[in-house]
Write a protein that binds this ligand. Sequence first.
Ligand code: DSN
Length: 431
Amino acid sequence: MAAVEQWETEARRLGQRPLDEVDPEVAEAIGLERVRQAEKLGLIASENLVSRAVLEAEGTVLTNKYAEGLPGGRYYGGCQYVDQIEELARTRLCALYGAEHANVQPHSGAQANMAVYMALLHPGDTVLSMDLAHGGHLTHGSAVNFSGQLYRFVHYGVNRETERIDLDEVRAVAERERPALIVAGASSYPRTIDFAGLAEVARAVNALFMVDMAHIAGLVAAGVHPSPVPHADVVTTTTHKTLRGPRGGVILCRAAHAKAIDKAVFPGIQGGPLMHVIAAKAVCFREAAEPAFGAYQRQIVANARALAGTLAARGFRLVSGGTDNHLFIVDLRSQGISGRQAERALDEAGIVVNKQLIPFDPLPPMRTSGIRVGTPGVSSRGMGEAEMTEIGNIMADVLGAVGRERGGARSGTEGTTQRVRALTARFPVRA
Ligand code: DSN
């Protein structure tokens, strides 16, 4: 500790100046973003608010260190402390999910997925995944993404009636297409995913099985959603969604795939790992193992149900009729407004969501017929079901006003902004 204090004194003596002196423009934008996060209600399902400890670990001198390789086998000297940190991160992650092997170096979820494809597939191989237009993900084979360009992706979607994944439909496509790999996981799917059932389909067609659990990683860690780890050859996730860590990705896999996965991450697709981010990941995994994290994840789900229930009671149709997890999708067609209009109007009132394609959406992705709403962020602020009812009513009021006055000037958002402010003032962002 003495060494740390000495370093700080020395830095001041050498004239190291703080950010707002060195770069007032960047400092100001950061300050404004801080205020935006504090004063608005963030309901983007893939975002969260990290703890002070996670923020602190990420903003450290670890950013100065190169450490290509793995703990104990690096291509640079001076890695003794980053080795400790990466080992902590790997061990904690394996313990959290009961996994045989972990790689904590992927810079993002996209890179985690890229590394898995590189480890398990040859270019041109067939892969079966969920359609992006039904709630899948860009890196699950979209034509505009590397995944769709390097591999032959085919897709399953949701059933038109139930708006849920139908295992019989997945099995039929799998039997027809004989994929080398089946990918499960979604970025906009409000229901529990049957990983055991999908693994059985993969086994029946002799395919490997990968799960991208990015959205639900926190729920899985807390046992609030069934875990894919016992069923999948490889599991990827980001660390910044429900898991509430720094922005980044990780890969879990069976021991049999460990070597190939590690090699695919480095030197396959990445150079030096971001050790400051890996330190923050380690802190996140420690926090996720605490009992309070389980209570937090249960609250996320209870809040999503309460918010969805309020909107349903106010006449909004929800895709698949509701939610089992941290998010839900509102179909706005009966209100006669698009997702883009809704996103804009809600933001003006202080509520941040994203426009979202609904399954079989007649509108294009830049307009959409729906919005996706998630509760990880507001739950991190300590809000509960009573606050969700209030937020749902504010949203319904704002969207109702847009519907009534579409094409003309909106009204009624001034009062709603005050109602949002009343909530954000009572539940401040803690870090
Ligand atoms: N873009 C993320 C989301 O919002 O779900 C997924 O990577």
